[in-house]
Design a protein around this ligand. Sequence first.
Ligand code: NAX
Ligand code: K
Length: 460
Amino acid sequence: MIPIDGLAVLTAAEMRSAEQAAMIGDVTEASLMDRAGAAIAQAVARLAAGREVLVLCGPGNNGGDGYIAAAELKRRGLAVRVAASEAPRSDDARRVAAFWPDAVESLERAEPAPVLVDAIFGTGLSRSPSAVVEHALARLTDAAWLRIAVDLPTGIATDTGKVLGKTPRFDVTLALGAVKPSHVLQPAASLMGQVRLLDIGVPTKSSARILARPILPQPDATSHKYNRGMVAIVAGSMSGASELAALATLRAGAGYVLHLASGDVSASAAPHAIVRRNYTADALNEDRIGAVVIGPGLGRNDDASDRLEAALASGRPLVIDGDALRLVAVETLAAHDGRKILTPHGGEFTHLFGEVTDDKLSATRRAAQQSGGVVVHKGADTVIAAPDGRAILCPEASPWLSTAGTGDVLAGAIGAMLAAGLEPLAAAEAGVWLHAQAARACGKAFIADDLADALSAVRG
Ligand SMILES: NC(=O)C1=CN([C@@H]2O[C@H](COP(=O)(O)OP(=O)(O)OC[C@H]3O[C@@H](n4cnc5c(N)ncnc54)[C@H](O)[C@@H]3O)[C@@H](O)[C@H]2O)[C@@H](O)CC1
Ligand SMILES: [K+]
């Protein structure tokens, strides 16, 4: 049971190709299923801790995995029963169903057990399961003490995060061979509990992977405030948001943060480490600025548009967030050839790139390609994509992040990483990772100011 951080993410079709490519010599579809079944049995035996297990088997290879696992669990001395929704249909499932030495119960009449293993449907599901299957699954999961899904919970589309029917909540999902997009994309991911990978010896390669602990830039004997990373935050009509971004930028490790506002520029405001100056377009021409953050609290008036234009013209690496994403056009971004990171939430994404009609991973990759920037498509399932197709999927962070100002904190953290010299995709990943860790450290009902402060403690 391998934690999924940093692992390759494969779609159903990519997984099938990886399996085909792995089938050389004595590796066959049958031997892969045997490996999967053995790995599932080992994981379930550990989790069940001696309790009775009920394995639900479907007609395809997901069901096949279930029959092998059940037979192996029985061999290990556990109390196991098998219930099936219908007879096995695939050749491999038929072969392995014969390994199960006892009677197969009917799904509708099966009595519950403390440990429920769902091997009804996996990556082959093409439409929502029948009402009979859904009803039995709900009844048996409700009554179980521990719910384990094999590969994917029944009722989930593999690639899109969509729930095709009524899928109950699971405690553990054992991804076979590789993580699939729906293990992370919402709403599917919220039904899976802990997702762990079971290695079945299929080599996997993909341009998409799960968020991983980044290698963060560290100061050394040659460091000074400017080469640690100088970040300019362009403020606008709501300076609270840009102040939050500035604080987060410092707490994430930047050496120098310049807050460029107008009107109420007060040198005596805390935190004193933020350098506050009057905004002028010229201020962005300071050579030592390693990143410009624009958007938090910018507003959408003419001044805001002028500032955005100046930021785009400055040639500095940019983090474009909040209001700036409402003001800019995709064509402008595409014509701008500097380094940039866009951080839209769902509403800003739709405004800029249109409704997501397929899935979040594909839509974010397309947006990155169209805009020529790294796109951090925020949400409970943040997806980061680069114009070259590389993508990073982020497992759900704390739901307490759903409070005002946390987006400003993220923009600041990413700005700090960009100014420290990370390439845009790495800067975006590092910022998102820090943000999630800080949220975890803050516990419950925190406010964005706490989150910004917590960045330094989790930075490591
Ligand atoms: N192909 C391989 O080499 C391996 C596959 N493995 C397992 O195989 C699974 C995929 O197997 P399959 O492709 O057979 O797919 P599934 O076992 O998910 O089920 C697909 C079967 O159900 C039918 N079906 C789809 N939606 C249905 C619905 N709503 N109601 C009724 N029937 C429906 C399909 O026509 C097909 O017969 C993976 O999730 C994994 O568990 C593992 O054994 C590892 C190796
Ligand atoms: K399943």
